[in-house]
Design a binder for this molecule. Structure first.
Ligand SMILES: Cc1cc2nc3c(=O)[nH]c(=O)nc-3n(C[C@H](O)[C@H](O)[C@H](O)COP(=O)(O)OP(=O)(O)OC[C@H]3O[C@@H](n4cnc5c(N)ncnc54)[C@H](O)[C@@H]3O)c2cc1C
Length: 468
């Protein structure tokens, strides 16, 4: 049996591995020169400084059923955690700190420690069971119904409502920033879902980085695929599925729009309509910095953090997210700063550290957000600007130019709205089907959505094998 996988993102590679280990002869075809899609790293600023090109913090690469099915250690992949998973500095010189140790986090949050524990402890303790269900299409018989009912009762709320259960600015901001990873308005039902999942992940497995950079993980997946008999082709953009006529299975690690274009008339009208209605969300503007020494954060604990959420209070982060979702740009955007070198010092050279950052900006934005990002960091780390030795910027449209899946700079390959929680891109138990014979969508535009988990790829491969 023969298969092609179009696109070598983590989902494409996961789908290819799942097919290859079931005896299928697989070839992955990638448009660019580099394999890995949103999973990659390179020396972007100064020689020897390793920056992640896309994904950096990967709890699901430790915990998802696909990655748990691999012996990553034997493949040379090691994960590293910073002492503090996440810090959220505030204007008064304090910061909310999230550590993997839930008890330590709760103690640090003072008056809100009990509420934090009550909300997240059960999900952190049962994280593998939670993922068993959450990494599937929404429409399925839950394997852990009580746990899922409890998760659903909190995840269905707005992030603003969950945040309001806390009394301190620190806990409110901490949770709001995590929920903002979804890129969207935080007062809408279900906007708490990503925040609850990522907080549970932080306490269960941490928010680790890959030692040596994200490309190490992509390369390990490729090596494993080749060991299983798979092949890879780079610099070949597939424009039509007709180019792959000799295959029994085709997996598309692409956007729904690209899949529809590649399938043409082979796609039934019902699917074409659903794919045409698929919406993209807000975008990212990425800046990588080479920084002499540490960022001079004012608040204690922030220098020890892997991720720093820069955006001020919960109210301010919510307002910025509402603006960019409506298409307007925010003067003080929500910025995610990655200090991967804290967990993985081998990425630095001679005391100069690679810092990864991106701001949330509107879909398709052409605004240069570099100065806004620098000002936001400077606000909580006076003197930052003077320590920057070099910068490398990738605007929203630049992200789209490098990876066809990031339309308009949308790094989630589709809005994480309630509608697209249910129909990503179609509703039902097999959202991987394109309606065309032998062809399945396997990108982050299918459940469980964005992130480095490989589950869209594995689920699509299983759907294809089951149908055959
Ligand atoms: C700046 C940034 C930061 C991020 N941070 C994180 C993070 O910290 N943690 C996390 O979990 N996730 C993060 N993500 C998201 C994560 O990278 C994505 O969700 C994930 O990579 C999606 O995987 P995928 O396989 O669906 O697609 P992608 O990784 O987008 O890969 C798609 C691949 O398909 C190729 N392709 C597309 N069309 C064609 C075609 N017609 N022919 C041939 N090849 C084609 C593309 O070139 C690309 O290589 C981040 C992403 C970005 C950009």
């Amino acid at each position: 049996m023969k298969a092609y996988v179009v696109g070598s993102g983590p989902n494409g590679l996961a789908g290819a591995i799942e097919l290859a280990r079931n005896g299928v002869d697989v070839t992955v075809v990638e448009a660019t020169a580099r394999l890995g899609g949103g999973l990659g790293s390179a020396e972007l600023t100064e020689p020897g400084l390793v920056h992640d090109l896309g994904a950096a913090f990967m709890p699901m690469a430790v915990a998802s059923p696909f990655f748990r099915s691999l012996d990553l250690e034997a493949l040379g992949v090691r994960f590293r955690d910073a002492p503090v998973a996440l810090a959220h500095p505030l204007d008064d010189g304090t910061a909310g700190l999230l550590r993997q140790d839930l008890g330590a986090t709760a103690r640090g949050l003072g008056a809100d420690g009990g509420t934090w524990r009550a909300l997240f402890e059960r999900f952190a303790e049962s994280f593998p069971e939670l993922l068993d269900d959450a990494m599937q299409p929404m429409m399925h018989m839950p394997r852990h119904p009580l746990l899922m009912a409890r998760f659903g009762s909190i995840a269905a709320q707005s992030a603003a409502r969950v945040s309001a259960t806390f009394r301190t600015e620190q806990a409110q901001a901490l949770f709001t920033g995590i929920a903002a990873h979804a890129f969207g308005a935080l007062d809408k039902p279900f906007s708490a879902a990503v925040g609850v999942m990522l907080t549970a992940a932080a306490h269960a497995v941490g928010w680790p980085v890959v030692e040596g950079g994200a490309q190490v993980l992509a390369d390990a997946l490729v090596r494993h695929l080749v060991d299983l008999g798979g092949r890879v082709e780079t610099r070949r953009e597939v424009l039509s599925v007709r180019e792959l006529d000799d295959a029994d299975i085709v997996l598309l690690d692409t956007t729904p729009a690209a899949a529809a274009a590649m399938l043409g008339d082979a796609m039934p009208r019902r699917f074409r309509r659903a794919y045409g209605a698929y919406m993209h969300g807000p975008a990212a503007f990425k800046v990588d910095f080479a920084v002499d020494g540490d960022i001079p954060w004012t608040a204690e604990g922030v220098r020890d953090a892997g991720v720093v959420h820069v955006g001020g209070s919960a109210a301010e982060v919510s307002a910025a997210e509402a603006r960019i979702t409506s298409g307007a740009s925010a003067r003080q955007p929500f910025v995610l700063v990655g200090q991967q070198y804290v967990a993985d010092p081998g990425r630095s050279r001679n005391g100069v550290n690679p810092v990864w950052a991106y701001a949330h900006v509107p879909y398709g934005s052409t605004v240069d957000a570099t100065e806004r990002i620098v000002r936001q960091v400077e606000r909580f780390a006076p003197g930052f600007r003077d320590r920057v030795v070099a910068t490398h910027t990738t605007a929203a449209i630049g992200l789209a130019a490098v990876n066809a899946n990031y339309v308009g700079g949308d790094i989630n390959t589709g809005a994480t709205s309630f509608r697209q929680l249910i129909a990503r891109p179609t509703a039902g138990r097999k959202p991987y089907r394109t309606g065309a014979p032998r062809t399945y969508l396997c990108s982050a535009a299918t459940p469980p959505g964005p992130g480095i988990h490989g589950m869209s790829g594995m689920n699509a491969a299983r759907a294809a094998l089951a149908q055959l």
